[in-house]
Design a protein around this ligand. Structure first.
Ligand code: PLP
Length: 376
């Protein structure tokens, strides 16, 4: 997009010439509290005054890591009671896949068509787009199955270490899996002893209308992956599982999964502050009016075929990719930041900071509507 950034505050990004742009994509689901939230900045400054990196992850007791992990598990299902912090989403996925393989002693991983879990080799092995996998083969042993397909579940068997799924496939243009099928997937994993991993790197932390998307499905995963909004704008990811499962990394060999910078104290301080703001303001509750407003403003606009996704994680499906590119470009010129999704070319991403006010969203969506009317 080539937008040069001078500074960013709340829902606005400012260019060096002083022009302000309304951010409707939140740095790809990162800036849930907008940019430079004062509570996050204060927490970062406090941590800077105490210490930066002091030791590789897990050797010393660092308050910001411990407090954030405790606070997270208070808000998760009891089965998800142990947090391993990473630097990124892909690393969270890698950790989860390794944990499943070591715990089960099984080779096979299962991913789903159109899924995206990051760009490391393990994450790529469960990516659902052959075109992105092909140049990097051989990858880990994996099967890629269609979502929402009951027959395909039979391919998950007693050689399967783990099945990884996003409740809403964001980069595929916000495709949601259906709840009954997800419940059947959970049952199939239990039948054959495979671990179920939820990649909530985009859907987590309030974006889809609950604190975590799994709450809406009546399904609890064995391992939950988080990142993006987790660090309040700082790099931070996590994979979270039951303590007994996580202990797998402590023996044969001990230190079977280590990281130098995972859970950086500044990232954890920022993440904890952001999490407290999210909880205090119940920001996930805003996702439903955000969705409603987007649907009201853009549903039925020229070239709009469908609006997919849930809450503040939405994809406006246009009739073709060239139109989508033109709309994104023109909206930017008009001061509104939209985006595409990584693996589709005809979907406009709308995933604003959760702190956006109704008048700001209204203003931005009016611009998008006018752009659609002008171009399509
Ligand atoms: N999983 C999902 C669903 C994502 O959307 C992404 C990034 O876009 C990742 C994993 C990878 O995260 P990261 O870019 O922090 O490695």
């Amino acid at each position: 997009m080539g937008l040069e950034v001078e500074r960013a505050e709340g829902v606005w990004i400012q260019a060096p010439d002083g022009r302000r742009y309304l951010d409707l994509i939140a740095g790809i689901s990162v800036s849930a509290l907008g940019h430079r939230h004062p509570r996050v900045l204060e927490a970062i400054r406090r941590q800077l005054d105490r210490h930066l990196h002091v030791m590789v992850y897990g050797e010393f007791i660092q308050e910001s890591q411990v407090r954030f992990a405790r606070r997270l598990v208070e808000h998760l299902d009891d089965r998800l009671n142990c947090v391993y912090f990473t630097n990124s989403g892909a690393e969270a996925v890698e950790g989860a896949l390794k944990l499943a393989r070591k715990h089960t002693g099984r080779p096979w991983l299962v991913g789903f068509e159109r899924s995206y879990h990051g760009d490391t080799l393990g994450a790529l092995s469960v990516c659902g787009w052959e075109v992105y996998r092909a140049p990097f083969k051989p990858l880990l042993q994996s099967k890629i199955l269609p979502i929402n397909n009951h027959r395909a579940l039979q391919k998950i068997n007693n050689q399967t270490a783990a099945v990884i799924i996003e409740p809403i496939q964001a980069e595929a243009g916000m495709r949601a899996v259906n709840p009954e099928w997800l419940q059947a997937l959970r049952r199939r994993c239990d039948e054959v002893g495979a671990l179920l991993i939820f990649d909530e790197i985009q859907t987590g932390l309030g974006r889809t209308g609950t604190l975590f998307a799994y709450e809406q499905y009546g399904v609890v995963p064995d391992i939950l992956c988080l990142a993006k909004a987790l660090g309040g704008g700082m790099p931070l990811g996590a994979f979270i599982a039951h303590r007994d499962l996580m202990r797998t990394f402590a023996y044969d060999p001990p230190l079977a999964h280590v990281t130098t910078f995972g859970g950086h104290p500044v990232s954890c301080a920022a993440g904890l502050a952001a999490f407290e703001v999210l909880l205090e303001n119940r920001l996930w509750a805003r996702a439903s009016w955000i969705e409603q407003m987007v649907r009201e403003h853009l549903g039925g606009a020229p070239a709009v075929e469908e609006i997919r996704g849930r809450g503040a994680l939405l994809g406006v499906v246009l009739s073709d990719g060239e139109k989508a590119r033109q709309v994104i470009r023109r909206a930017l010129r008009e001061g509104v930041i939209l985006g595409g999704t990584l693996h589709t070319d005809n979907v406009l991403r709308i995933a604003p900071p959760l702190i956006i006010e109704p008048d700001e969203l209204h203003q931005g969506l009016q611009v998008v509507r006018q752009v659609l009317e002008a171009l399509c």
